[in-house]
Design a protein around this ligand. Structure first.
Ligand SMILES: NC(=O)c1ccc[n+]([C@@H]2O[C@H](COP(=O)([O-])OP(=O)(O)OC[C@H]3O[C@@H](n4cnc5c(N)ncnc54)[C@H](O)[C@@H]3O)[C@@H](O)[C@H]2O)c1
Length: 320
Protein backbone atom coordinates (compact mmCIF):
# COMPACT_ATOMS: atom_id res chain seq x y z
CA UNK A 1 0.00 0.00 0.00
CA UNK A 2 1.01 3.63 -0.46
CA UNK A 3 0.74 5.16 2.99
CA UNK A 4 0.82 8.74 4.26
CA UNK A 5 2.04 8.61 7.88
CA UNK A 6 1.78 11.83 9.87
CA UNK A 7 3.93 12.20 12.97
CA UNK A 8 6.58 9.96 11.39
CA UNK A 9 9.45 11.62 13.28
CA UNK A 10 7.82 11.07 16.66
CA UNK A 11 8.18 8.24 19.14
CA UNK A 12 5.40 5.96 17.89
CA UNK A 13 5.50 7.22 14.28
CA UNK A 14 9.17 6.37 13.73
CA UNK A 15 8.58 2.80 14.96
CA UNK A 16 5.48 2.45 12.82
CA UNK A 17 7.32 3.72 9.73
CA UNK A 18 9.90 0.97 10.23
CA UNK A 19 7.18 -1.68 10.53
CA UNK A 20 5.25 -0.47 7.48
CA UNK A 21 8.43 -0.47 5.38
CA UNK A 22 9.37 -3.94 6.63
CA UNK A 23 5.89 -5.11 5.63
CA UNK A 24 6.55 -3.89 2.08
CA UNK A 25 4.52 -0.66 2.07
CA UNK A 26 5.58 2.64 0.52
CA UNK A 27 5.64 5.31 3.23
CA UNK A 28 5.45 9.08 2.91
CA UNK A 29 6.36 10.37 6.37
CA UNK A 30 5.00 13.77 7.31
CA UNK A 31 6.18 15.75 10.33
CA UNK A 32 6.77 19.38 11.30
CA UNK A 33 9.56 18.53 13.78
CA UNK A 34 7.61 20.70 16.20
CA UNK A 35 9.68 21.57 19.28
CA UNK A 36 6.91 22.57 21.70
CA UNK A 37 6.97 19.29 23.67
CA UNK A 38 10.54 18.22 23.01
CA UNK A 39 13.46 19.13 20.80
CA UNK A 40 13.66 18.65 17.05
CA UNK A 41 17.15 17.08 17.38
CA UNK A 42 15.59 14.04 19.11
CA UNK A 43 13.17 13.71 16.20
CA UNK A 44 16.06 13.91 13.73
CA UNK A 45 17.61 10.94 15.57
CA UNK A 46 14.26 9.10 15.44
CA UNK A 47 14.17 9.28 11.63
CA UNK A 48 17.92 8.88 11.00
CA UNK A 49 17.60 5.16 10.24
CA UNK A 50 14.63 5.77 7.93
CA UNK A 51 16.16 8.42 5.73
CA UNK A 52 17.32 7.03 2.41
CA UNK A 53 15.56 3.68 2.86
CA UNK A 54 13.87 2.50 -0.34
CA UNK A 55 10.14 3.18 -0.19
CA UNK A 56 10.49 6.01 2.35
CA UNK A 57 10.12 9.72 1.72
CA UNK A 58 10.00 12.43 4.38
CA UNK A 59 8.01 15.65 4.07
CA UNK A 60 8.74 18.34 6.64
CA UNK A 61 5.56 20.36 6.93
CA UNK A 62 2.69 21.37 9.17
CA UNK A 63 -0.81 19.89 9.38
CA UNK A 64 -2.08 23.45 9.03
CA UNK A 65 -0.88 23.43 5.39
CA UNK A 66 -4.19 22.16 3.99
CA UNK A 67 -3.18 22.53 0.34
CA UNK A 68 -0.06 20.40 0.76
CA UNK A 69 -2.03 17.74 2.65
CA UNK A 70 -4.47 17.51 -0.25
CA UNK A 71 -1.58 17.03 -2.67
CA UNK A 72 0.07 14.38 -0.48
CA UNK A 73 -3.15 12.41 -0.05
CA UNK A 74 -3.54 11.98 -3.80
CA UNK A 75 -2.85 8.39 -4.82
CA UNK A 76 -2.55 7.10 -1.25
CA UNK A 77 -4.29 3.88 -0.18
CA UNK A 78 -4.10 4.60 3.53
CA UNK A 79 -3.52 7.57 5.82
CA UNK A 80 -2.20 6.96 9.34
CA UNK A 81 -2.61 10.04 11.47
CA UNK A 82 -0.29 10.13 14.48
CA UNK A 83 0.86 13.77 14.32
CA UNK A 84 -0.43 15.74 17.28
CA UNK A 85 0.60 17.66 20.30
CA UNK A 86 0.53 15.01 23.03
CA UNK A 87 0.66 15.48 26.81
CA UNK A 88 -1.96 16.36 29.38
CA UNK A 89 -0.22 18.99 31.52
CA UNK A 90 1.25 21.12 28.71
CA UNK A 91 -2.18 21.22 27.09
CA UNK A 92 -3.53 23.02 30.14
CA UNK A 93 -0.82 25.66 29.68
CA UNK A 94 -1.67 26.29 26.00
CA UNK A 95 -5.10 24.97 24.94
CA UNK A 96 -5.35 27.02 21.70
CA UNK A 97 -2.13 25.51 20.41
CA UNK A 98 -3.50 22.00 21.05
CA UNK A 99 -6.78 22.87 19.35
CA UNK A 100 -4.96 24.17 16.26
CA UNK A 101 -2.80 21.10 15.77
CA UNK A 102 -5.09 18.37 17.06
CA UNK A 103 -8.50 19.62 15.93
CA UNK A 104 -7.87 21.93 12.97
CA UNK A 105 -4.93 19.79 11.81
CA UNK A 106 -7.00 16.60 12.00
CA UNK A 107 -9.89 18.28 10.20
CA UNK A 108 -7.50 19.41 7.44
CA UNK A 109 -6.30 15.85 7.02
CA UNK A 110 -9.82 14.37 6.87
CA UNK A 111 -10.74 17.06 4.33
CA UNK A 112 -7.65 16.18 2.29
CA UNK A 113 -8.70 12.49 2.37
CA UNK A 114 -12.15 13.46 1.15
CA UNK A 115 -10.87 15.57 -1.72
CA UNK A 116 -8.23 13.00 -2.74
CA UNK A 117 -10.57 10.01 -2.44
CA UNK A 118 -8.67 8.24 0.35
CA UNK A 119 -11.09 5.86 2.06
CA UNK A 120 -8.90 4.29 4.73
CA UNK A 121 -7.64 6.21 7.77
CA UNK A 122 -6.17 5.11 11.10
CA UNK A 123 -6.21 7.81 13.78
CA UNK A 124 -4.21 7.88 17.04
CA UNK A 125 -6.62 8.62 19.86
CA UNK A 126 -5.89 8.23 23.55
CA UNK A 127 -7.00 6.57 26.77
CA UNK A 128 -7.41 10.11 28.09
CA UNK A 129 -10.79 10.38 26.32
CA UNK A 130 -12.26 8.25 29.12
CA UNK A 131 -11.69 11.05 31.67
CA UNK A 132 -11.31 10.62 35.42
CA UNK A 133 -12.87 7.34 36.59
CA UNK A 134 -12.63 5.77 40.01
CA UNK A 135 -11.26 2.28 40.48
CA UNK A 136 -14.78 0.80 40.36
CA UNK A 137 -15.31 2.00 36.77
CA UNK A 138 -12.51 0.01 35.16
CA UNK A 139 -11.49 -1.50 32.84
CA UNK A 140 -12.40 1.07 30.18
CA UNK A 141 -14.50 -0.26 27.32
CA UNK A 142 -14.86 1.36 23.91
CA UNK A 143 -18.65 1.67 24.37
CA UNK A 144 -18.27 3.67 27.62
CA UNK A 145 -19.52 7.25 27.30
CA UNK A 146 -16.57 9.62 26.83
CA UNK A 147 -18.18 12.92 27.69
CA UNK A 148 -15.89 14.34 30.38
CA UNK A 149 -12.34 14.63 29.07
CA UNK A 150 -10.16 15.91 31.94
CA UNK A 151 -7.78 18.10 29.90
CA UNK A 152 -7.72 20.13 26.68
CA UNK A 153 -5.51 17.39 25.19
CA UNK A 154 -8.13 14.73 25.98
CA UNK A 155 -10.89 16.94 24.56
CA UNK A 156 -8.97 17.44 21.29
CA UNK A 157 -8.50 13.68 20.93
CA UNK A 158 -12.20 13.10 21.53
CA UNK A 159 -12.93 15.83 18.97
CA UNK A 160 -10.82 13.89 16.47
CA UNK A 161 -12.90 10.76 17.10
CA UNK A 162 -16.13 12.72 16.64
CA UNK A 163 -14.87 14.25 13.39
CA UNK A 164 -14.01 10.72 12.26
CA UNK A 165 -17.61 9.70 12.84
CA UNK A 166 -18.86 12.69 10.82
CA UNK A 167 -16.50 12.00 7.92
CA UNK A 168 -17.56 8.36 7.82
CA UNK A 169 -21.25 9.27 7.84
CA UNK A 170 -21.00 12.07 5.28
CA UNK A 171 -18.31 10.78 2.93
CA UNK A 172 -17.94 7.06 3.60
CA UNK A 173 -14.33 7.32 4.74
CA UNK A 174 -13.42 4.30 6.83
CA UNK A 175 -11.72 5.52 10.01
CA UNK A 176 -10.31 3.45 12.85
CA UNK A 177 -9.49 5.30 16.07
CA UNK A 178 -6.94 3.63 18.33
CA UNK A 179 -7.02 4.60 21.98
CA UNK A 180 -3.40 4.16 23.02
CA UNK A 181 -2.74 3.61 26.73
CA UNK A 182 0.54 5.18 28.00
CA UNK A 183 3.12 3.93 25.54
CA UNK A 184 6.77 3.38 26.49
CA UNK A 185 9.90 1.82 25.10
CA UNK A 186 12.94 2.91 23.08
CA UNK A 187 12.62 6.55 21.84
CA UNK A 188 9.81 7.32 24.28
CA UNK A 189 9.17 11.06 24.40
CA UNK A 190 11.71 12.55 26.81
CA UNK A 191 9.06 14.43 28.82
CA UNK A 192 7.00 11.28 29.58
CA UNK A 193 7.15 9.87 33.12
CA UNK A 194 9.17 6.68 32.54
CA UNK A 195 11.82 8.52 30.53
CA UNK A 196 11.94 11.46 32.96
CA UNK A 197 12.19 9.20 36.02
CA UNK A 198 14.92 7.10 34.39
CA UNK A 199 16.93 10.23 33.54
CA UNK A 200 16.64 11.57 37.10
CA UNK A 201 17.46 8.26 38.82
CA UNK A 202 20.42 7.59 36.52
CA UNK A 203 21.78 11.04 37.38
CA UNK A 204 21.38 10.43 41.14
CA UNK A 205 18.61 13.03 41.39
CA UNK A 206 15.30 12.73 43.24
CA UNK A 207 12.19 11.81 41.30
CA UNK A 208 9.27 14.23 41.54
CA UNK A 209 6.00 12.35 42.06
CA UNK A 210 2.57 14.00 42.06
CA UNK A 211 -0.11 12.62 44.40
CA UNK A 212 0.53 9.81 46.90
CA UNK A 213 1.94 7.17 44.54
CA UNK A 214 -1.32 5.20 44.23
CA UNK A 215 -2.41 6.55 40.86
CA UNK A 216 -2.30 3.70 38.38
CA UNK A 217 -1.64 3.47 34.66
CA UNK A 218 -1.98 0.83 32.03
CA UNK A 219 1.46 0.94 30.41
CA UNK A 220 1.89 -0.45 26.90
CA UNK A 221 5.20 -1.45 25.38
CA UNK A 222 5.87 0.08 21.96
CA UNK A 223 6.12 -3.31 20.17
CA UNK A 224 2.60 -4.20 21.30
CA UNK A 225 1.28 -0.82 20.11
CA UNK A 226 2.96 -1.31 16.73
CA UNK A 227 1.50 -4.82 16.38
CA UNK A 228 -1.99 -3.47 17.13
CA UNK A 229 -1.60 -0.46 14.84
CA UNK A 230 -0.26 -2.54 11.95
CA UNK A 231 -3.24 -4.89 12.35
CA UNK A 232 -5.61 -1.90 12.28
CA UNK A 233 -3.92 -0.64 9.10
CA UNK A 234 -4.54 -4.00 7.45
CA UNK A 235 -8.17 -4.17 8.58
CA UNK A 236 -9.54 -0.64 8.15
CA UNK A 237 -12.18 -0.70 5.41
CA UNK A 238 -14.01 2.03 3.47
CA UNK A 239 -17.24 3.11 5.14
CA UNK A 240 -16.44 1.48 8.48
CA UNK A 241 -16.01 3.31 11.76
CA UNK A 242 -14.14 1.49 14.51
CA UNK A 243 -12.61 2.29 17.89
CA UNK A 244 -10.16 0.05 19.72
CA UNK A 245 -8.36 0.22 23.04
CA UNK A 246 -4.69 -0.70 22.70
CA UNK A 247 -3.30 -1.18 26.19
CA UNK A 248 -1.27 -3.61 28.22
CA UNK A 249 -4.49 -4.50 30.06
CA UNK A 250 -2.80 -4.42 33.45
CA UNK A 251 -2.26 -1.52 35.85
CA UNK A 252 0.89 -0.40 37.68
CA UNK A 253 0.91 2.20 40.44
CA UNK A 254 3.24 5.16 40.27
CA UNK A 255 5.21 3.95 43.32
CA UNK A 256 5.66 0.50 41.78
CA UNK A 257 6.77 2.05 38.50
CA UNK A 258 9.56 3.97 40.25
CA UNK A 259 10.61 0.80 42.09
CA UNK A 260 10.84 -1.07 38.79
CA UNK A 261 12.94 1.63 37.12
CA UNK A 262 15.22 1.99 40.15
CA UNK A 263 15.61 -1.80 40.27
CA UNK A 264 16.58 -1.95 36.59
CA UNK A 265 19.13 0.83 37.12
CA UNK A 266 20.40 -0.68 40.40
CA UNK A 267 19.80 2.50 42.45
CA UNK A 268 17.77 3.46 45.52
CA UNK A 269 15.17 6.08 44.60
CA UNK A 270 14.75 9.39 46.41
CA UNK A 271 11.26 10.88 46.03
CA UNK A 272 10.19 14.50 46.03
CA UNK A 273 6.43 14.28 46.76
CA UNK A 274 4.24 17.01 45.24
CA UNK A 275 0.46 17.55 45.22
CA UNK A 276 -1.68 16.01 42.50
CA UNK A 277 -1.80 18.00 39.25
CA UNK A 278 -4.92 19.29 37.51
CA UNK A 279 -5.87 17.15 34.53
CA UNK A 280 -4.30 13.95 35.96
CA UNK A 281 -6.65 10.97 36.30
CA UNK A 282 -6.49 8.35 39.08
CA UNK A 283 -6.41 5.29 36.84
CA UNK A 284 -6.31 4.03 33.27
CA UNK A 285 -6.99 0.41 32.46
CA UNK A 286 -7.86 -1.02 29.04
CA UNK A 287 -10.31 -3.74 28.24
CA UNK A 288 -8.68 -5.02 25.06
CA UNK A 289 -11.19 -7.76 24.23
CA UNK A 290 -12.52 -5.96 21.14
CA UNK A 291 -8.99 -5.48 19.77
CA UNK A 292 -8.21 -9.12 20.60
CA UNK A 293 -11.29 -10.32 18.74
CA UNK A 294 -11.08 -8.11 15.67
CA UNK A 295 -7.36 -7.29 15.33
CA UNK A 296 -5.84 -10.40 16.91
CA UNK A 297 -4.23 -8.02 19.42
CA UNK A 298 -2.46 -9.67 22.35
CA UNK A 299 -0.03 -7.53 24.39
CA UNK A 300 3.12 -9.58 24.96
CA UNK A 301 5.51 -7.42 26.96
CA UNK A 302 4.75 -7.14 30.69
CA UNK A 303 5.90 -3.97 32.46
CA UNK A 304 8.77 -5.74 34.26
CA UNK A 305 10.36 -6.88 30.98
CA UNK A 306 9.47 -3.65 29.20
CA UNK A 307 11.17 -1.45 31.80
CA UNK A 308 14.32 -3.54 31.57
CA UNK A 309 14.30 -3.12 27.79
CA UNK A 310 13.70 0.62 28.11
CA UNK A 311 16.54 1.04 30.63
CA UNK A 312 18.90 -0.98 28.38
CA UNK A 313 18.03 1.34 25.49
CA UNK A 314 18.44 4.43 27.69
CA UNK A 315 21.90 3.33 28.81
CA UNK A 316 22.99 2.83 25.21
CA UNK A 317 22.20 6.47 24.32
CA UNK A 318 25.12 8.86 23.90
CA UNK A 319 25.52 10.93 27.07
CA UNK A 320 23.32 8.64 29.22
N1 LIG B 1 2.88 8.09 23.66
C1 LIG B 1 1.73 7.81 24.29
O1 LIG B 1 1.73 7.27 25.41
C2 LIG B 1 0.42 8.13 23.64
C3 LIG B 1 -0.76 7.78 24.32
C4 LIG B 1 -1.98 8.07 23.74
C5 LIG B 1 -2.03 8.67 22.49
N2 LIG B 1 -0.88 9.02 21.86
C6 LIG B 1 -0.98 9.67 20.55
O2 LIG B 1 -0.15 8.98 19.63
C7 LIG B 1 0.40 9.90 18.69
C8 LIG B 1 1.92 9.80 18.68
O3 LIG B 1 2.40 10.07 20.00
P1 LIG B 1 3.95 10.10 20.35
O4 LIG B 1 4.10 9.74 21.76
O5 LIG B 1 4.71 9.39 19.30
O6 LIG B 1 4.22 11.67 20.24
P2 LIG B 1 5.38 12.48 19.51
O7 LIG B 1 5.27 13.88 19.99
O8 LIG B 1 6.68 11.78 19.68
O9 LIG B 1 4.95 12.39 17.98
C9 LIG B 1 4.03 13.28 17.39
C10 LIG B 1 4.69 13.90 16.18
O10 LIG B 1 3.77 14.84 15.60
C11 LIG B 1 4.52 15.93 15.11
N3 LIG B 1 3.68 17.14 15.03
C12 LIG B 1 3.20 17.89 16.06
N4 LIG B 1 2.50 18.92 15.58
C13 LIG B 1 2.52 18.83 14.23
C14 LIG B 1 1.97 19.60 13.18
N5 LIG B 1 1.24 20.69 13.44
N6 LIG B 1 2.19 19.21 11.90
C15 LIG B 1 2.94 18.11 11.63
N7 LIG B 1 3.49 17.33 12.58
C16 LIG B 1 3.28 17.68 13.86
C17 LIG B 1 5.63 16.13 16.12
O11 LIG B 1 6.74 16.82 15.55
C18 LIG B 1 5.96 14.70 16.52
O12 LIG B 1 7.08 14.20 15.83
C19 LIG B 1 -0.12 11.28 19.09
O13 LIG B 1 -1.28 11.53 18.33
C20 LIG B 1 -0.49 11.10 20.56
O14 LIG B 1 -1.49 12.01 20.96
C21 LIG B 1 0.34 8.76 22.40
Amino acid sequence: MRVLLTGAAGFIGSHLAERLLADGHEVTGFDSFDSFLYDAATKERNVAALTGRPGFRLVRADLLDARLLRELCRGKDLVVHLAALAGVRPSIADPPRYARTNVEGTLNLFEACRSAGVHRVVFASSSSVYGARDAAAVPFREADPCISPASPYAATKRAGELLASTYRDLFGIGITSLRFFTVYGPRQRPEMAIHKFTRALAAGQPVTLFGDGTTARDYTFIDDIIDGTAAACARVAPGELAVYNLGGSRTTTLSRLVELIAGALGVTPRIDWQPEQPGDVPITFADVSRAARELGYAPKVPIEAGITRFVDWFRAQPGA
